[in-house]
Design a binder for this molecule. Structure first.
Ligand code: ADP
Ligand code: MG
Length: 809
């Protein structure tokens, strides 16, 4: 099996004598061997040269060849970003990829994560001003454009996983092309300006010489280093302008970049763009980026044997379970790990449970060994992601349960068997009826090939496709770019906030549909983000800067008016997961009984608020034990276990002492965290609450709370039990997600006039209300509303006056 990235064991005693810095270096040294074996390593010089020579380069190479982890390091080593404040950004469509890859690269570089190598994902920035390589989600880079319109801190921007054509990566294509052009103009402008300044200075000095013969005292305007001259260069702005005009007559510098040069003091470097992918239409990308050269990295791919099912499978989860068990029982556990592709978190958790149950039935002394399920999906908390990359212990086998994140974004060492269910979750949007959907759909042929490829990274492998060969033939060749099928509200707002007013004329690689554009502009107008002329308003700018979907940020903004920010925070944070409830198939009744205490007659939104309040109350009541632990911890830190330590005056000993104290402190802190974690797990178990999702929601809530504080919104303002206020506040963002009761007992959606049913999982399932608001519509056999609350029709004109005006509904 392939070596994992954990600290190499060089003898425990030896390791203990090393400082932390030495440990980092040692780890990097050991990883260098692995790096050098990657196919990309031999192409190092050619890659660097090509990037040095060209503004934009397209790089294509088999998954696992080393593009994402190595190319940024090659550029770092080449000195391309040696200037202070000059860095490399690498975008990833998924946050799990950004965090896990940055950790790996920090290990390879030999530094602590967050210093030289860092990452940036929503609500979590782990980087510093010294960061040279930053892995960040495409959404985060878009956000950085808003505060740094020319992305001046980056010398190189790498758009990775370009084939995925996510909505945000597609927008970045156009934006970066424009930024590159502006920076090039500015770079030449600054160069010309420096040259002209030098010339003028020379002429001036000559004049001065002649002049000084007559007049001894003169005021200096040109020159670079005196304080006076720095001041002057600001005061004589008008003068600079005329110089700019002079230059623009000679060179071709656009009006726009002229404005920019006056606002930026910083020296501008030209921007390098690298487009990276395992599989893409190289010609299309090269053409879009002004005929950029394409580099092909030859990969190392072993043959993979592919099996199809004879019949279509009615329950692919069940088939996946059986297939995993078959592989496990019929092959040697040391022959390689298993990777299963599923559509989402719920399926992953179900299969994880099924496998654990089967695992318990395998005799402990059986030659098959144990199966270790290791889930990986976007919302998985960071500390739980490591399991996937850890080396599999002898006589056991890892079974990685992944979404399409493991298709091309991350490489998991040691995989030999792939089980492909043939599905993934796809976000869609129908602009005519205003319905957003998240559906489980068949994958494309291209995805299918990538999935099977994961089995043949180190040696020949096997892929079990849980569909027939005939069904494979019917798959689409590629997925449609997201920009053609997603709701555009959020990105249109970002474009507007980035100063791109003509959103219809933007340089899209694939142009989105007119109805989707119209829908987005109308929604932004109704949200009061844009004015009648489509220009960005103050509120729109505020919403663009808030790292949430505009309809959520609107709710938070309005919560100040309704004095319910605490409740709005609960709702917005809870929307970051699919559900907080845990509903196992075989204990539905028990779960329903446990959930009853949270149920609100007003619907699912207040039910969520009740759940979070109940958990907080439990946590607050149980903190007494935790506080006791903390007091004990402080005591221990004050009195070192080894009484002699404090007498040592030697600085080294002092450091050891601090190290010892810190490690005791860390140890105790770990215990406290573990303690409260256990309590939380227990509480979740008792109340049939999804522990992982609750942890995530609490974390997201803390992050949004911090943002609110920074923006002057008091996060603690609560309306107590004023249910109506919270729902009206929710409507100020969710006004499109409403439906009215019909005489036949069904509901009709306000946008699109669709017949909607309340989902059976909703607390409103058997109830009737004149109108409802919902979180999302899902289509299975019928159109269902999920996350539903009862509202009064009259509230709509209060919450969304621009859309529903004063008219009675
Ligand atoms: P690419 O971007 O071309 O798909 P990567 O740069 O992501 O390839 O990965 C290169 C290699 O680095 C992988 O083949 C794998 O061996 C190793 N690697 C990457 N991430 C990890 C990790 N978290 N743990 C262990 N090995 C890793
Ligand atoms: Mg990659």
């Amino acid at each position: 099996k392939e070596e994992s990235g954990s600290i190499p064991s060089n003898g425990k005693e030896k390791q203990e004598n090393l400082t932390q810095k030495d440990k980092y270096k040692l780890r990097a040294k050991n990883l260098l061997k692995q790096r050098k074996e990657l196919p990309i390593y031999s192409a190092k010089d050619a890659i660097v040269k090509s990037i040095e020579k060209n503004k934009t380069v397209v790089v294509i190479g088999e998954t696992g060849s080393g593009k994402t982890t190595q190319i940024p390091q090659f550029l770092l080593e080449s000195g391309m970003v040696r200037n202070f404040g000059s860095a490399i950004a690498v975008t990833q469509p998924r946050r799990v990829a950004a965090t896990s890859i940055s950790k790996r690269v920090a290990d390879e570089v030999g530094t602590k994560l967050g210093v030289k190598v860092g990452y940036g994902i929503r609500f979590d920035d782990c980087s510093s001003k010294y960061t040279k390589i930053k892995y960040l989600t495409d959404g985060m880079l878009l956000r950085e454009v808003l505060s740094d319109p020319l992305l001046l801190k980056y010398k190189v921007v790498i758009l990775d996983e370009a084939h995925e054509r996510t909505l945000r990566t597609d927008i970045l294509f156009g934006m970066l092309k424009d930024i590159q052009k502006k920076r090039e103009e500015l770079y030449h402008q600054q160069k010309a300006k420096r040259k002209s300044n030098k010339k003028k200075e020379f002429e001036y000095n000559q004049n001065l010489e002649e002049h000084s013969k007559k007049k001894p005292k003169v005021h200096t305007f040109f020159g670079e280093n005196t304080e006076l001259n720095n001041k002057e260069s600001i005061n004589v702005n008008g003068k600079h302008k005329t110089e700019d005009n002079d230059i623009s007559k000679n060179g071709d510098i656009s009006e726009k970049s002229k404005d920019l040069v006056e606002t930026t003091e910083k020296d501008v470097e030209e921007l390098k763009i690298i487009i990276m992918s395992a599989t893409l239409d190289a010609e299309k990308f090269s053409k879009y980026f002004n005929d950029a050269p394409v580099l092909y990295i030859s990969g190392r791919q072993f043959p993979v044997k592919i099996f199809y099912t004879n019949e279509p499978q009615s329950d692919y989860l069940d088939s996946a379970h059986i297939t995993v068990m078959q592989i496990h029982l019929e092959t040697n556990p040391n022959s390689g790990d298993i990777l299963v592709f599923l559509s989402g978190q719920e399926e992953i958790e179900s299969l994880e449970k099924l496998i654990s149950e089967s695992n318990n039935q395998i005799a402990p002394n059986s030659s098959s060994g144990t199966l270790i399920p290791a889930p990986i999906y976007a919302a998985l908390p960071q500390h739980q992601q490591n399991k996937v990359f850890e080396k599999t212990p002898q006589n056991s086998r890892k079974v990685v349960l992944a979404t399409n994140i493991a298709e091309t974004s991350i490489t998991i060492p040691g995989i030999r068997y792939v089980v492909d269910t043939g599905v993934h979750k796809v976000r869609g949007f129908d602009p005519r009826i205003g319905v957003e959907s998240l559906l489980v759909n068949p994958i494309s042929k291209s995805s299918s090939r990538q999935r099977s490829g994961r089995a043949g990274r180190m040696e020949s492998g096997v892929c079990y496709r849980l569909y027939t060969e005939g069904d494979y033939d019917k798959l689409e060749e590629d997925d449609e770019p997201e920009i053609k099928r997603r709701q555009l509200t959020s990105v249109i707002l970002t474009l507007k906030a980035a100063g791109i007013d003509d959103v219809l004329g933007f340089d899209y690689m694939d142009i989105p549909s007119k109805p989707a554009m119209k829908n987005a502009l109308l929604e932004l107008y109704s949200l009061e983000a844009l004015d009648e002329n489509g220009n960005l308003c103050e509120l729109g700018r505020w919403m663009a800067e808030f790292p949430l979907d505009p309809i959520y940020s609107k709710v938070l903004y309005e919560s100040q008016k309704y004095k319910c920010t605490s409740e709005a925070l609960d709702l917005v944070a809870a929307l970051s997961v699919e559900t907080l409830f845990y509903n196992p198939i075989n204990s539905r009744d028990q779960a329903a009984a446990a959930h009853k205490q949270f149920m609100s007659i007003d619907g699912d939104h207040w039910t969520v608020i009740n759940l979070l309040r109940a958990y907080n109350e439990y946590r607050d009541n149980s903190t007494k034990v935790v506080i006791f632990d903390q007091v004990e911890e402080q005591d221990l830190v004050g009195t070192p276990e080894n009484g002699n330590i404090s007498k040592k005056s030697n600085e080294n000993h002092r450091n050891e002492e601090l190290d010892d104290q810190n490690s005791t402190k860390r140890h105790k802190k770990d215990n406290v965290t573990k303690n409260s974690q256990q309590k939380m797990e227990y509480w979740c178990h008792k109340h049939f609450v999804n522990y992982r999702n609750l942890t995530h929601v609490i974390k997201v809530r803390q992050q949004i709370t911090k943002l609110c504080l920074r923006l002057g919104i008091n996060p603690d303002v609560s309306c107590g039990d004023q249910t109506d206020d919270v729902l009206i506040c929710l409507l100020s963002g969710f006004f499109y997600k409403c439906a009215m009761l019909q005489p036949d007992g069904t509901y009709r959606s306000l946008s699109g006039s669709q017949t909607v049913h309340i989902h059976p999982a909703s607390s409103m399932f058997r109830k009737k209300a004149a109108a409802i608001v919902y979180d999302q519509l899902v289509f299975t056999n019928k159109l269902y509303a999920k996350g539903v609350s009862a509202i009064q029709p009259g509230w709509l004109s209060i919450a969304a006056p621009r859309l529903y005006g004063q008219k009675l509904i």
